[in-house]
Design a protein around this ligand. Sequence first.
Ligand code: IMO
Ligand code: MG
Length: 379
Amino acid sequence: MGLKMVKNVVILGAQWGDEGKGKIVDVLSAKVAGVVRFQGGHNAGHTLVIDGVKTILHLIPSGILHPGVECFIGNGVVLSPRALVEELTMLEQQGFDIAARLKVSLGCSLLLPLHEELDKAREKMLGKAAIGTTGRGIGPAYEDKVARRGLRAADLLDMQQLEIKLEVLAEYHNFVLEKYYGVKPVAVQQMLDELTVAAEKIKPLLADITGLLAIYQASGKSLLFEGAQGALLDIDHGTYPFVTSSNTTAGAAATGSGLGPLFFDYVLGIAKAYTTRVGAGPFPTELDGAVGKHLAERGQEVGATTGRARRCGWFDAVAMRRAVQINSISGLCLTKLDVLDGLEFVRICVDYDEAGKPVYEELAGWQESTFAIKKYASL
Ligand code: IMO
Ligand code: MG
């Protein structure tokens, strides 16, 4: 991949998420000093299998399982204190000593239980038109950030001020929850109690990540920027409104961490040899017959965060070209090729016709196993 001479690498999904980013970040983590999350929240589900042990990370960077690798949660992430504490506890129980290697930006917007309630109430009201969100409160949390009324991680340092801010925020959202959605309001005291406990665990992790990354940069240390979701779920460039609420594209690595754009050396796009999507929204190459079933079964296409079945389809080269363009992708890493083993033919969408239907190039399939092939020639 020509990564040897490269310093700061952005790794991102080039499709609709679940491309295998966690695995690739994990493999490359061994070569870097730090891994940074810069957008999204605990809607991500990055599965790592190390020595046969499966770990699913939602919020903490996938580099954390490598001793010696520092992990950073940048300002662009919407941080659920509850999810962070749960993940910290899970990793500690597995025997990972991570608290000393994890730093969280003071500038992270806080994702609170009320955001989750709003997300769920909205999806329910939308009925058939629902986006199919992960129900984690991601959209409402980003809305509060952009509306400039949200809480930030720095607020955990002053619980008295936090209480006042939380009351104002809850009053606003509870009005909507009760009067518009007709659901139960969230209890402020309960949120506050939970935050008070979580704050004790999170406070020691809080730091000026932007400042720390500048020091890493100046001392020539390599960093990996771990994207969540995928390019086609980007709030600006994705299949709006069936998208997530953050910029998932490469530019977000700069804005979501505070490292200037000229410090990025390589953008590695991760893509499956076919396409999957969880949740609703357009999917031109979707398959619902036997081939779709083959991909879903062999690829074990079940969501790591919500356990939902993923929709499956052929590789879409038209969408991929766009993803390459909007991310300045330097190189692509194609995952799960072996899932195509045993198919009679393989199709690649190379164009859309006037009606928007995919135009395919058809290739002969293969019956041999491509699993664990390490040499290009063996393919
Ligand atoms: P990783 O990082 C796949 C999808 C949801 C839904 C839409 C909006 O594991 O690749 P949200 O909860 O973000 O408001 O939901 O985005 N989505 C993902 N799909 N992988 C993910 O993350 C996703 N995170 C969100 O299914 O369609
Ligand atoms: Mg996932």
